[in-house]
Each structure stands twice: as structure tokens, then as C-alpha cells.
Design a protein around this ligand. Sequence first.
Ligand code: COA
Length: 330
Amino acid sequence: MSSEIKAKISAVGHYLPDYVLTNQELEKLVETNDEWIRTRTGIIERRILKDPDKASGFMAAEAAREILRQRNMDASEIDVIIVATVTPDYMFPATACIAQSMIGASNAFCFDLSAACSGFLYALEVGTNMITSGQYKRVLVIGSDKMSSIVDYTDRSTCILFGDGAAGVLLEPADDENGIVDSIMYSDGDMSSTLIQSGGGSRNPASHDTVDKKMHYIYQEGRPVFKRATEGMADVSVEIMKKNQLSGDDVDWLVPHQANLRIIDATARRMNLDPSKVMINIDKYGNTTAATIPLCLYDWKDRLKKGDKLVLSAFGGGYTWGAIYLKWAM
Ligand code: COA
């Protein structure tokens, strides 16, 4: 019976560009300072993909290659590739198709998913259901964002926040009770204008005017987004704990989207979680949008034990938010 099939994460891969953009370097670009950035966001540095010929598709392909090496698998064995991104190589074709071609995953069907900072979580939910349907056996779920391609490096309120990177996981049918257990996903389009890249789509096609008005850059109203993100991430994390009768002691790890250290701390407090159980790497990478959660899984993979209880939780543009509860299967 297809409903009895469970999905598990069987490999984790990543790609980070070499170039490190420090707070000190940003001090030279905009009126800001290291102390403000550290205390207001928790960020110390972020990675930037400098090569103009490389973009999100390249980073997704590199993450995929690492996953394939880890599982000792050929690219032709992949059934599905989902790339979560808001910085696709092109409006179309899908970045997942670009990555597919780069790795030679000729038997995979491929598509992108747009849910901003919740992109990886949403893609993991979709991929999980593709596995549990029984129709697919190997689904690559990758978050990849070249945020530097849409960041205005004269806007101090946004340019300090974002970095480039990619990471992802392989989903396969689980062979025991460990795997993806539960999920809660939400969206609210009413506040979409507070976090938006308004130019370049069908509403405001690229023109001299859209360039002059800086509509191809990220626009964010920091305060309302901060408030909703803090509430949203904390509420949904507590909700999934209650739904699965988990206390703060039961949860081994919180894997939060890395947008702002203060949002992460507030979420952990609401969950009654010891700070030592919270994955935090925002200091090194900033907000890499769809890549933050799998980058955490990658950085912590050697410390994770089979059966560990993880709560993954994110909030992002849309608005989109959600949480996934899983038992680590590797
Ligand atoms: N350096 C120095 N000062 C800065 C600054 C910077 N880089 N950016 C903004 N400021 C200033 C503002 O101009 C403002 O000055 P004013 O009081 O004279 O007007 C002051 O700092 C406070 O600005 P505010 O926007 O209220 O700061 P904040 O505490 O809300 O922090 C963010 C700003 C962007 C860090 C924060 O709002 C945030 O993290 N927002 C949500 C991000 C997020 O979660 N995104 C969605 C998920 S991806």
C-alpha cells in the first residue's frame, strides 16, 4: 500500500562559493558597521559567487554531484530533481533542468519551486509526497540561491543580510521507522508586497523604467517582515511539536531558516529548547534563502545520530512558512 511508504533523507550535499564578503568590506560599500550587523542579525560574513558565468544552476549541480558521490550513485538513477530558488538562472527554462543537464541525470523529470526562504521546506514536502506515493524512488531536493544577483549593494538594510550558496538532500523510501514524520505548511499572500522583487516578471516586464526604479532588486520592509517571521516560525514550530506530543526535551535539533539570529532565538525559546540544540551558521553564510536549512544539515551531519528528532522550520516571502518533523535516518 503506497500510504505505508515513508521517505527518508539518505544523503546531503552542498556548494559554497570561495569568496568571503565580510562585514568590514560592507562597511566600505554602505554606511554600516560590524557591530550593528552582528548584534541586529548575527551575521559576520557571507559567501559570494563572483564568476559571472556561474549561477544557481551551477551551484545546484555541484550540490547534486556531492550527493551522488556520497551515495555512490549514477546521475541516471535519479527520478526527480526539484530546485527551490528565487534566483533562477533564467525565467525559464527551470534551473532544475539546467542542473540536470550539468550532471547528466537523463532519466529525471525536473522543475523549480518558488517559495523564497521556505523554498527548501516546501520542496521537501513535495518530494516526500512523491516518494510516499510509491511512484518515485530517488528525488533530489535542492535549495540554491545566488542572492548577490538581486541584492542592491547600495541598500544597507538588505545588502548585509544575504549570501550565495546551495545545498540539498536525496530522498528515498525509508527502510525503518526513521524518516520524514510530519509537516505543517502555510502561505499568506496578503503581505506579498513587503518582501518582493517586483521587476522582471509578467506584471512589470524588464524595461528602462524597471531598471531605473531598482525593481530588479530585493525590496524588504524589515520591521513587518521581522514581526511576522518571528511569530510564524515560532508558532508553527510549537504547533508541530504539540501535534506530535514532543516536549523541548524530546527534540534533539531545531534546524531553523537563517534570516536573523533574533528570530531563531525567539523560536528556540518558544519551543523550550536548550540553545545547544539549535543549528546556527548564519554567522558564516548570512541568509542564503532556499539553501539555509540544507546547509545546516550539511554542517551538522557528522554530529547527527540515527533516530535524532529534528524540527525544520522556516519563514519567507509570500509569505510562506512551515515546519517539518523528521527522525534522522543516516
Ligand atoms: N547598518 C546600520 N544601521 C542600519 C542598517 C545597517 N546595515 N540597516 C538599517 N539601519 C538603521 C535603520 O535605518 C534604522 O535607523 P533609524 O532608526 O534612524 O530609522 C535603524 O537601523 C533600525 O532599523 P530597523 O529596520 O528597525 O532595524 P531592525 O532592528 O528591524 O533590523 C533587519 C533590520 C533587516 C535586520 C530586520 O528587520 C530583519 O531581520 N528583518 C527580517 C528579515 C527576514 O526575516 N526576512 C524574511 C525571511 S527571509
